[in-house]
Every structure is written in C-alpha cells, then in structure tokens.
Write a new protein. Structure first.
Length: 445
C-alpha cells in the first residue's frame, strides 16, 4: 500500500476523551472512530489489525478441531425465556421490538441459540463430541462504556460451545480450550494468565479468565509471581489427548492466580512473601464448564448408548477479539506510539523515502516495494512529499515492527537502513538483503 493512496487519518493532538494509552493511540493512529458511546467504526488500519487477530483466532480454533459457523446478531426473545435468562439478564441486554410487535434482542452471547440449533439437529451420542464456534458482534449495554474498544457496547467476540456426553468429556473440552487459548494469545505476542474466576450471568462451576497484566486493567488480580514464568512456547500438543491437555491445564493453574471475586486471602498468604502479587489485569477471554444448565431447561438431549435420552454437558468459551487490540497496545507501546508484535501487525514493514522526487530514491523504493510484495508481504510505503521527521513520526505512531529507510546518501554506498521499532536499532545493508531479512522474520512459524 502506498500512503498517498491509503486512508490513514492520524491525529496530531491527543484526544481529550481518551483516558488510557491504548485508546489514545488507536485514535491518534486513525484506527477507530467513535460513533456513539461504546460504538466504533473500524477505520482501515484498525480494521486490518482486527482482521489479523480474527484470523489467528480462527486458525487456532480450527487447529483444535472446533467448527466455525455464524449465528445472527439479532435473536428472538422467546429462546431466552426458555432458559430463564430473558428477565435475569437485566439492562445490559438491548431489547428490540420488530414491526410485528415481536420481542427481539441484540445478542450479548449465544448459549440459547446454539442450544436450540443443537437440539434441532443432533439426536445421538454418536454425533458427540461437538464444538461449534463463531466470531460475531455482540451488544451489551454497559453502564460505563470506556477505554475505547476495551469496554465497548458493540464488540467482536469469538464464542464457542462444546457439547459432550459426559462430564469427563466436557472437562476435556474445557482443558482443550484452555490450551488453545494459551496458544492463541502467545501468537499475538501476549502473555494471558488463566485465573480462577467467577461465572457471572453465564453460570456454572468451573471457570477461568485469561488476564493480561496491565496497570490500566479493570480487574483486580492476585497471583504467585512464578505463574508469569510459564509459557506454552513451541510445544506440540495433541488436542485429542485427554492427558496432554489436562497436564497443560494443571501446569498453568497449579499456582495461585485469581480474580478478586474468587480471591482467598488465607491461601494467598501461604505463598512465599516475595512472590505474592496483587495487580491489575485486562480480561481477554474466559472459559466455562456449566454442565446441563442450558441443556436441561431447553431439552437438549441425545439418545445415550443405552437408548435413553440424556441431557448433554456443555461449556462456553469466549475471546474478546476487539478488546485484544487495546490489550496488545497496552502491553506493547512506547512514548512514540504503538509497537505491533509481528503476529498482528497491519503491515509487515514500512518503507520511508527520505527524498521523494529524487529519481534514484524513488526507483529504489519502488524496487523494494515490489520485491516485498513478490515475497507475499504487505509493505506500507510512505511516498508522501514530506519531511523525514514527519514520516518517522507517523511510522512510529502506527507501530510497524520494521522500517526500511531509503535516501540518496545511503544509496550512493549501495545501502538502505533497516530499523526495528521495538529496539530502535538500525543496520545498514543492501536493499536485497533488507528485503530478505524481512521475509525471513515473517517466515518463522
Ligand atoms: P467483563 O467482566 O469485562 O465485563 P465478561 O466477563 O462479562 O467481561 P464474557 O461474557 O466472559 O465477558 O465475554 C468473553 C470476552 O469478551 C471477555 O473475556 C472479554 O474479553 C470480552 N468482552 C466482554 N465484554 C466486553 C466489552 N464490553 N467490550 C469489549 N470486550 C468485551
Ligand atoms: Mg468474562
């Protein structure tokens, strides 16, 4: 993409309404525009990152054997009357009436709808286990929408639902989700710590939230600092293996890590004092096992091995896809702007032409651009007729991990400059080598 042909409405001023750094930077970098409290347009740069994050979530869900689908945003109220949640959910639910006076709602989550689909189409235990998921916009009429996409009213969520014959099978689904979520967040350059949590209006017994530690997080958390040393890394996990998934789950949840709702001071005091931490975190996902809470009242049964109908055991599992943009920026930025992890960056690298209009510099930039595209990469070429300082400031603000700087002086010596956004370190090398280096960085799995 050439910047002169792109739509990147960066702001010079820091918007007054933004209280936290991720919100400020998303506005300044021209990623989002608020249309009403907690409701945003995703401008091209923001939309690109949202898509990258969504893609990672899809890939990891499918790797885990979960099946993608899409349910509507608008739901009939009757389904929620069956589960008893229509009244229980309260003012967070946006209730709508259609022209025929039918009660509808903008879905805050989809347990009822998926249970309806299941009971209509699945009859036998032989069709289990089954995990269906979708990535769809949700609406929750939050009392205090704030912090930009972190607490929106309209937000994008991946929500998945497992259906199993037995509690043991459903607990395997729970553990499997835990492992695949860890992998998902790590691919985004994030450490999200599973913490024992409270189930809230979803209900159920077992639940963990995934928290990214950040001073601006809305959740108060307590943990043993040793949990921050555990990573999934390059480990290969067989998602069908009950033992392997359980082992990872146990490893990641053995140490004390809880949100304030489940905090137990006595247990916390048993942690060696120098490892006790109380901090703040951003909830980027949550997993639940809730047994037959929905399948019972909604009649989601299958014919069991003995021919008798049994209610299925269920769980639901959510990732805050749009909130993740804020969480990633909170975890990865500096005074000059965003620093995208390579896994989610909107463009793989920036090209800055120090002297637009100089025949040699222009040609070199075009060649680098074409070479990167030929390698399947997406560069952003700043081809504006602007001062170098302004170009660098824009690149730093929008946070592309790598920048290739091209100027007449370097070209005389046959070199361009390759700069890491994260470290600020630069290296001079031949244009072809810079291109190869970038290609190698993104080839790593
Ligand atoms: P919170 O406690 O932050 O209100 P929740 O526990 O009610 O969230 P879940 O039902 O667990 O939310 O939804 C799954 C995920 O969706 C959350 O982990 C979070 O990342 C994201 N999410 C929930 N509410 C919002 C919101 N208002 N704006 C953006 N993302 C949200
Ligand atoms: Mg939650």
């Amino acid at each position: 993409m050439r910047l002169t042909r792109y739509f990147l409405p960066v702001l010079k001023e820091t918007p007054a309404e933004a209280q936290i750094v991720s919100h400020r930077l998303m506005l300044r970098a021209g990623m989002i525009r608020q249309q009403a409290a907690g409701i945003y347009s995703w401008l091209p740069l923001g939309y690109k990152v949202l898509r990258r994050i969504e893609q990672i979530v899809h890939e990891e869900q499918m790797r885990t054997g979960h099946i993608p689908m899409l349910m509507p945003t608008i739901q009939p109220a009757d389904l929620w009357r069956e589960s008893g949640r229509y009244d229980a959910y309260g003012p967070e639910m946006l209730r709508i009436r259609d022209r025929h006076d039918r009660d509808m709602l903008f879905g805050p989550t989809n347990e009822e709808m998926i249970t309806d689909i299941f009971r209509t189409h699945v009859n036998s235990y032989k069709d289990l286990p089954l995990t269906l998921y979708h990535i769809q916009w949700k609406f929750r009429d939050e009392v205090r929408p704030r912090f930009g996409v972190m607490r929106g009213r309209e937000f994008l969520m991946k929500d998945g639902y497992n259906f199993d014959l037995t509690k043991e099978d459903a607990l395997h689904a729970y553990n499997r989700h835990l492992v695949s979520y860890l992998r998902t967040y790590e691919r985004m350059g994030l450490q999200a710590i599973p913490m024992r949590a409270d189930s809230g209006p979803i209900g159920g017994d077992d639940t963990h939230e995934f928290l990214v530690l950040a001073d601006t997080g809305e959740s108060e958390v307590f943990y043993d600092s040793a949990v921050t040393d555990i990573r999934l890394g390059e480990r290969q996990i067989d998602y069908d293996s009950v033992d392997q998934c359980r082992a990872v789950m146990e490893e990641f949840t053995a140490l004390y890590a809880r949100t304030d709702e489940t905090h137990d001071q006595q247990a916390f005091d048993k942690i060696p004092e120098d490892r006790r931490r109380s901090a703040r975190g951003i909830e980027v996902g949550q997993i639940f096992y809730f047994g037959t809470k929905y399948s019972d009242p909604m009649g989601a049964t299958v014919q069991g091995p003995n021919g008798k109908p049994v209610p299925v055991h269920m769980g639901s599992h959510g990732i805050g896809v749009s909130r993740l943009l804020g969480a990633i920026i909170e975890a990865s930025h500096d005074d000059n702007g965003i620093i995208w992890p390579e896994g989610v960056t909107p463009f793989h690298c920036g090209i800055v032409n120090l002297k637009q209009g100089d025949a040699e510099a222009d040609t070199a930039c075009e060649q680098i651009y074409a070479a990167l595209v030929a390698k399947g990469l997406e560069p952003l070429y700043d081809d504006r007729d602007e001062r170098a300082g302004g170009k660098f400031a824009t690149m730093d603000l929008i946070g592309l991990p790598w920048r290739i700087t091209v100027g007449p002086r370097g070209l005389k010596n046959g070199v361009v400059e390759l700069t890491s956004r994260r470290t600020g370190e630069s290296e001079e090398l031949a244009p072809e080598l810079a291109v190869n280096r970038i290609a190698e960085i993104y080839q790593a799995p």
